[in-house]
Write a protein that binds this ligand. Structure first.
Ligand code: C2E
Ligand code: MG
Ligand code: MG
Ligand code: MG
Length: 292
């Protein structure tokens, strides 16, 4: 009797796993088709120097203009495809678009950088650096120094051997590397030693509670201290208010990114946003408060 029900449970569990696997596979297939049908969009979120208000560049964040479900944020499809070939295809698409964007900016006389999110799965391919090199060669007006690869600290990367080597090879091409969502993983310190990064991005989860009386503010302080020790550029994500920005500047953060400056916007809107931001009347309140 007990054996029987146990077996049934096992079968049900199995069937559910199978359903989930099939759903993931079809989502991956749908993303690949979405790329081919040109349904993906690059959104940009500004990164701004806290001390001066100068625009450092932008992070490229993908959106999917789905034919029936509307505009999808990455949370709706990226986590489910992160271990599939589809994330590699998506990553390739984003890199191409980022290099085309840098080319446009160069021609407009802009020196902004663009950062792109690189999934662990992309880095598990040992040919990634060579492909990146070929891609950079196809965009001679996109300086590698203005492309930043954001790599999230993750156990997936820990499992892959040779990641440090891959990162070192990418760095040798001249691109910048940053550790995304810093502080959210379990191995942040080990990462600093292993990954030849230029910058860290403090996870927005810590920044959002910065002003509350929580341990989060001490974590941010400790992270900034680390950044100084290792001579790393420090970007704070999730900066939602002026008060956050002000506090982060006092603690020694270099750059802010967050809704308090701008939400991610369609690529085509970025230059206009920049013109407005640079207009003194628009950012004076930031500059004045931050530098006085
Ligand atoms: P992320 O790289 O840490 O990106 C930052 C996320 O925080 C973005 O969400 C952004 O819209 C959001 N954010 C920015 N400022 C604020 C703020 O002030 N408050 C709050 N609460 N949130 C803020 P988004 O665009 O939904 O992206 C979510 C995640 O999806 C990204 O996190 C990244 O891990 C992933 N992702 C996005 N685009 C790509 C991509 O092209 N490739 C890969 N592999 N992953 C991507
Ligand atoms: Mg990121
Ligand atoms: Mg992040
Ligand atoms: Mg994140």
């Amino acid at each position: 009797q007990a054996k029987q029900s146990g077996k049934n449970r096992y079968c049900r569990f199995d069937a559910q796993l199978d359903r989930e696997q099939r759903a993931r596979r079809s989502l991956s297939q749908a993303v690949i088709e979405g790329i081919e049908r040109e349904e993906l969009r690059l959104y940009l979120q500004p990164r701004v120097e806290l001390a001066s208000g100068r625009i450092e560049g932008a992070e490229a964040l993908v959106r999917w203009r789905h034919p029936t479900r509307g505009l999808l944020a990455p949370g709706a499809f990226i986590p489910a495809i992160e271990n599939d070939e589809a994330i590699v295809r998506l990553g390739d698409w984003v890199l191409e678009r980022a290099l085309a964007l840098l080319t446009d900016w160069t021609r407009q006389g802009r020196d902004w950088l663009v950062s792109v999110n690189v999934a662990p799965r992309q880095l598990l391919d040992p040919t990634f650096p060579r492909q990146l090199e070929e891609r950079l060669a196809r965009y001679p007006d996109a300086a590698p120094q203005r492309l930043e690869l954001e790599i999230v600290e993750s156990s997936a990367l820990d499992a892959g051997l040779g990641i440090e080597q891959l990162m070192t090879q990418c760095r040798a091409l001249g691109v910048r590397l940053s550790i995304d969502d810093f502080g959210s993983g379990y191995s942040s310190l080990a990462y600093l030693k292993r990954v030849p990064a230029h910058a860290i991005k403090i996870d927005q989860a810590f920044v959002i509670h910065l002003l509350d009386e929580t341990d989060d503010s001490r974590i941010v302080e400790a992270v900034l201290e680390l950044a100084r020790t290792f001579d790393l550029h420090c970007v704070a994500e999730g900066v939602e208010t002026l008060e956050h920005g002000e506090y982060l500047l006092r603690l020694g953060a270099d750059v802010a990114q967050g809704y308090g400056i701008a939400h991610p916007m369609p690529q085509a809107d970025f230059t206009n946003w920049a013109l407005r931001w640079q207009h003194p009347s628009q950012w004076a309140r930031w500059r004045d408060t931050l530098t006085n």
